[in-house]
Write a protein that binds this ligand. Structure first.
Ligand code: SAH
Length: 479
């Protein structure tokens, strides 16, 4: 993060604007909206600034900037059309510890001004760190569409009741749940419909009802986070991610996905490394039960889909047994995500009429799979957890009659910016993978559909490969 976004209270505070042109007028206008006491210094004023002076809304010193202008100033905007003057303002302000913004000169800025959506008291601010103000405005445009005008009134209503609710509902979790029911339920709808008085009355009523309510039991959301790319989340997953009180995640959930969970929700890592079982399955089950019993909404976040090699079934069996409410949100499983991003359709009328998902996880150094079934023609095999067992798997397939030249691919860190795809044959894949420095998670796809990649690859030839190889994009799977 290059900048810390903050919202600053400037009511009644002296702010200095250096310059008298149109840009200065626009910035001054913003400062006035925030209630600042604006003092301008400029040898000449354009019509915008002149009007503000004439209306007595700002002070003005006629002349060039000099250091004493900074006395008693909380914030400075340098908007003159002389770069040297702006630079001097910036230097002096900075040496006094007064935050300074220099229009169109990010290098001299101590703070920058975002594009804003104003639904006061709701404010959304967007910044691209100065990289692209146009992009910031495009994003703001989308937010404008997304944030109903009535949000301001809804927030104002919430502000009005905030103290009262705090006094009546002491427990922070209970209180948050109360507010979520209010802000995402019928009361909010009343505000949107312009029935503010009804909303106020219903809120009072809800507060009375909630007052004696017993501690609610929590709930567990078993959510599939998809294979890595955050764009692959479902709307439902995202909504629950943003409302859960606590997050229990495993190692396959990418950092970028995890960053979309509620900021203040504690994250508990329940990853299962091969050697070092961070939390054995039984304690994960027990943990989910305990957290839900505390009244929390627990997000159990899993890579891919929770019901595909995800032990999701085992976890909710325990919950069901304990009478704890839960919901299951499907995710895009690695097979679907990796196949799409590698340009390998898993079925195709000319190649494969069926597709099987198997685990290549080794037990006692061997892989036990139904080899006869797997070597049937016209099907695609997708192998999860197959990196370590790859040589054994390929040998067994060939031993059971699969042609050695059957196309095979391995997708590493599928759907992420660092995705790599190795294509070879069943006979040669283990060797080509051994020569590369491959990191789990990896998915293996075997069958003639792999050949289609030559024509259908789109991700790595396009944006993906050009993206940085920044390690933050990696899924940290220690396998
Ligand atoms: N529930 C998950 C699978 C968990 S098993 C799902 O539906 O996808 C873990 C295995 O999934 C890994 O060993 C790997 O084979 C596969 N996998 C998960 N994410 C992957 C990714 N981004 N790229 C490649 N393989 C992945």
């Amino acid at each position: 993060m290059d900048y810390l976004p903050i919202f600053i209270d400037l009511r009644g505070r002296r702010c200095l604007v250096v310059g008298g042109g149109e840009v200065a007028a626009r910035k001054t206008d913003l400062l006035l909206q925030a209630g600042a006491a604006v003092q301008a210094v400029a040898p000449a004023l354009g019509p915008g600034m002149q009007a503000l002076v004439d209306d007595g809304r700002i002070g003005h010193r006629d002349g060039r900037f000099h250091e004493p202008d900074l006395d008693g100033t909380q914030l400075v905007i340098a908007a003159s059309d002389d770069r040297a003057v702006n630079a001097r303002v910036a230097e002096l302000a900075d040496s006094r510890g007064v935050p300074v913004n220099v229009v169109d000169d990010p290098a001299l800025c101590r703070f920058i001004m975002p594009a804003i959506v104003d639904r006061s008291p709701v404010l959304a601010a967007v910044s691209t760190g100065g990289a692209s103000p146009v992009l910031a405005r495009l994003i703001r445009g989308r937010l404008e569409a997304l944030i109903p005008a009535a949000f301001g009134r809804l927030a104002a209503l919430a502000g009005e009741f905030r103290e009262q609710v705090r006094r009546r509902i002491a427990d922070p979790t209970q209180r948050r749940m109360f507010w979520e029911r209010v802000l995402a339920g019928p009361i909010a709808e009343m505000i949107y419909a312009g029935r503010d008085a009804d909303a106020r009355q219903s809120l009072t009523q809800a507060l009375d009802d909630n007052h004696d309510a017993r501690v609610a039991t929590g709930e567990v959301y078993l959510v599939g986070a998809g294979p890595g790319d955050p764009d692959m989340l479902t709307f439902r997953a995202l909504r629950l991610m943003q409302q859960a009180d606590v997050v229990v995640h495993d190692r396959l959930v990418s950092r970028r996905v995890l960053d979309l969970t509620r900021r203040d929700a504690p994250r508990i890592y329940a990853g299962k490394k091969r050697a070092d079982h961070a939390l054995p399955q039984e304690s994960i089950n027990a943990l989910l039960v305990r957290l839900a019993r505390e009244g929390k909404r627990v997000l159990r976040l899993k890579g891919g889909d929770p019901f595909i090699f995800g032990r999701g079934g085992e976890e909710i069996e325990t919950l069901a047994g304990e009478g704890i409410p839960f919901q299951v949100v499907p995710g895009i499983t690695a097979a679907a995500g990796c196949a799409a991003y590698a340009g390998i359709p898993l079925t195709h009328r000319d190649h494969a009429q069926s597709c099987v998902f198997v685990t290549g996880h080794l037990k006692d150094g061997t892989v036990t799979l139904d080899w006869e079934h797997l070597t049937q023609p016209r099907q695609t095999i997708v192998i999860y957890m197959g990196l370590v067992g790859l040589p054994i798997i390929c040998r067994e397939l060939i031993d059971h009659g699969m042609a050695g030249d059957t196309p095979a691919a391995l997708v590493e860190q599928g759907t992420t910016e660092v995705q790599r795809v190795f294509t070879a044959t069943v006979a040669t894949l283990p060797e080509s993978v051994a020569q590369a420095d491959v990191h789990a998670p990896t998915l293996i796809i075997i069958g003639s559909v792999v050949r289609l990649r030559e024509k259908l690859d789109w991700f790595e030839t396009a944006a993906g490969r050009q993206a940085s190889l920044d390690p933050q994009f990696r899924i940290d799977d220690p396998k």
